[in-house]
Design a protein around this ligand. Structure first.
Ligand SMILES: [Zn+2]
Length: 399
């Protein structure tokens, strides 16, 4: 089958071909990419899907999701294991509708993502490609301990928790070491042990670190991805670029929290009720967080640190998996749409070690493809208008 469109973005951050065509083979892999004129000569008999003025680009990656995060649901008590599985399945459905064909889950209830992937392989359900870190690990009483994160203290307990999660089938390790204050949770010794245990076993490890000095401690420990890095300095961006540590800023989640808490304060007035009181307190964190992303994103990007798109949206009532919005913020803060798309395609595949399988459009790779209205190389908002989504060459969503 031949797909044709006015624009084709390969995912390398630079290339947008005009009047392009892409051939999918019978196994759902990309066999050939070229111009429409060449395609007509080479494959005159082929079935053609012509998307006219649209853009063809690689299926997107969301590098920071929590498919099983039901903790913010107002009727949380209804969520037993069955309901959590249905909830996760709904997240998977959303992702495919949005053109997200690969996800990295960085903490969900134990075994949930492993079983969701298996159910997908068995053909019971349709899910994106899944990489997961099982439940994640924090210190006793640390960030996320009320939301199902496994607690461990001291280097050997941390190592043991990692061993347990890898034995259970985790593909990545996730550590959480900062909350909304400046006091780091894990000690340097514990962080070093986490990285050593993961790396010597051949696994990569992500760490939630948003404040100082946690960010520096995690750079020193040598994690593979730093999640949030909200108050990261430009100098730290340079260090990460040198050490090959990638950055998943999650701008949208923090901006949304800033806007929502601001709305509550602006409209509320009475700060004596607990929700408003909390909003006022949280605003002291979210407002500088929002400003830090807005003012520093481009400067840090320019250090050459590898940036990855992750949504991390777990709030009740918020738009699910807002990866399009994440890319839109990156563009608003100074990079090009093609560079932003790379953070959700080739960069992500490289960090996951899947670049020979998916993450860009090139012959030999899987047919994980997103087709959107308009020219996404010029206007990132084009990603909001999804026409069709392919996973391994099969249509999984069409408008
Ligand atoms: Zn998260």
């Amino acid at each position: 089958m031949l797909l044709k469109a006015k624009n084709l973005i390969t995912g390398d951050g630079e290339t947008c071909m005009e009047d392009a065509a892409l051939r999918l083979d019978r196994k759902g892999k990309i066999e050939w990419i070229g111009s429409q004129t060449e395609a007509d000569m080479l494959y005159p008999q082929e079935t053609v899907r012509d998307y006219k003025e649209a853009t063809i680009l690689p299926g997107l990656f969301d590098m920071h999701v929590h498919f099983g995060y039901y903790y913010s649901q107002p009727d949380r008590e209804n969520y037993d294991d069955y309901m959590i599985a249905f909830y996760a399945l709904q997240q998977a459905a959303y992702s495919l509708q949005l053109g997200i064909t690969s996800i990295r889950d960085l903490s969900s209830p134990h075994n949930l993502l492993k079983q969701l992937r298996l159910a997908g392989e068995k053909g019971y359900v349709r899910v994106p490609r899944i990489t997961h870190a099982d439940a994640g690990i924090c210190m006793t009483g640390g960030h996320g301990h009320e939301d199902g994160i496994e607690e461990a203290d001291g280097p050997w307990e941390v190592r043991k928790a990692i061993r347990r999660q890898l034995r259970g089938g985790a593909d990545w390790v996730k550590i959480l070491t900062s909350n909304r204050g400046d006091i780091p949770e894990f000690t340097q010794e514990e962080l070093d042990a986490a990285v050593d245990e993961s790396h010597r076993r051949g696994y990569k490890t992500a760490v939630h670190a948003g404040t100082q000095p946690s960010i520096q401690m995690c750079i020193d420990a040598g994690f593979d991805t730093i999640e949030h890095g909200t108050f990261m300095t430009v100098e730290q961006g340079r260090q990460m670029a040198r050490k090959g540590i990638a950055w998943v800023p999650t701008i949208t989640a923090y901006t949304y929290l800033y806007q929502e808490t601001k709305k509550l304060i602006d409209e509320g007035g009475d700060t004596s009720n607990p929700i408003a009181a909390r909003a006022v307190r949280d605003q002291a964190f979210f407002e500088p967080a929002y400003r830090a992303y807005r003012d520093n994103f481009k400067k840090i990007y320019d250090t050459g640190v590898k940036v990855l798109a992750g949504s991390d949206m777990v709030l009740y009532g918020a738009p699910p998996l807002p990866i399009h919005q994440e890319l839109a913020y990156m563009v608003e803060y100074g990079i090009t749409p093609l560079q932003a798309i790379r953070t959700a395609t080739l960069n992500a595949a490289e960090v996951l070690g899947k670049e020979k399988e998916t993450g860009s459009l090139a012959p030999g790779l899987e047919g994980d493809i997103l087709v959107v209205e308009g020219n996404a190389a010029r206007d990132i908002k084009a990603l909001d208008q999804v026409i069709e989504v392919f996973l391994a060459g099969e249509t999984v969503f069409s408008k």
